[in-house]
Design a protein around this ligand. Structure first.
Ligand SMILES: [Zn+2]
Length: 258
């Protein structure tokens, strides 16, 4: 079986001591591709550095909505420059997150729109982060031209948002949250969301799936999320893993290389 961890943060300091071992372990355990995702300019640069050292790791560049405070809108030009690197296959993560504060709503929206434009200009998939921001996010999406490929990462929205994403043809990707016993709503979304539009991610170092919950997450653990989707959808593990792997390939890699 082949797996594609479509979203993780190996550039974070949680991996400073053993980054290369973590990457080797992923490869040894059947992780075919990894997409490392930047959260600000520095992190995006580091992401590209890591991707340049490993042929099976790719990079996404962007500024996370919770990390915009130190940046000016003009700093997105820096992200745009990085986006031209050949290992960069997506823009993000970007989006809106009003969980901690609603004070910088307008600034978050500007950064989101700016990154949607970069993704459109370079024909790159867009990785969207959403938390407590459903209405405002939909408002922007309805107003602006989106790139062809959009994924709502770490999907933990409600059924209504899932229906919306489904109608729009968006992809959603599941993290270890899906394996948590109390994640009833997310499990329900996994049950009805079309398998052709599902991907998986660890979001490492956070959100380790069961049976590793509470520990540092890393890319090889992505298979436990696939296994959970197989259980929820009542299909064979091999079958669903093959489909999800192919979805991820066509979403992120099709016209870029191979
Ligand atoms: Zn993330």
């Amino acid at each position: 079986m082949k797996f594609f961890d479509t979203h993780c943060h190996l550039d974070f300091q949680q991996f400073d001591k053993d980054r290369d071992e973590v990457i080797k372990r992923a490869k040894d355990k059947g992780i075919e591709y990894i997409l490392n995702v930047g959260i600000d300019v520095e992190s995006s640069k580091k992401t590209i550095e890591i991707a340049e050292r490993y042929d099976f790791i790719f990079a996404s560049v962007g500024i996370h909505p919770l990390d915009i405070s130190d940046f000016k809108l003009n700093d997105l030009r820096e992200i745009e420059k990085l986006a031209k690197n050949e290992k960069v296959i997506a823009i993000g993560e970007t989006g809106l997150d009003f969980y901690y504060s609603k004070e910088n709503k307008d600034k978050q929206k500007d950064f989101f729109v700016g990154q949607i434009e970069i993704a459109g200009k370079y024909n790159l998939p867009l990785i969207v982060h959403q938390r407590e921001s459903k209405d405002e996010l939909i408002e922007i999406i309805e107003k602006i031209k989106l790139p062809e490929k959009v994924v709502f990462h770490c999907f933990c929205g409600d059924k209504e948002l899932a229906e919306y994403c489904k109608n729009k043809g968006f992809f959603i990707s599941f993290t270890g949250i899906l394996t948590f016993k109390n994640a009833k709503d997310v499990k329900e979304v996994a049950r009805f969301y079309p398998v052709e539009k599902i991907m998986v991610e660890t979001d490492a170092p956070f959100l380790a799936p069961e049976p590793f919950r509470g520990k540092r997450n890393e890319p090889f653990m992505v298979k436990y999320i696939v296994e959970e989707i197989a259980n929820i959808k009542e299909v064979r593990f091999e079958e669903i893993s093959d489909k999800i792997f192919k979805n991820s390939l066509s979403f992120f890699k099709d016209e870029n290389d191979n």
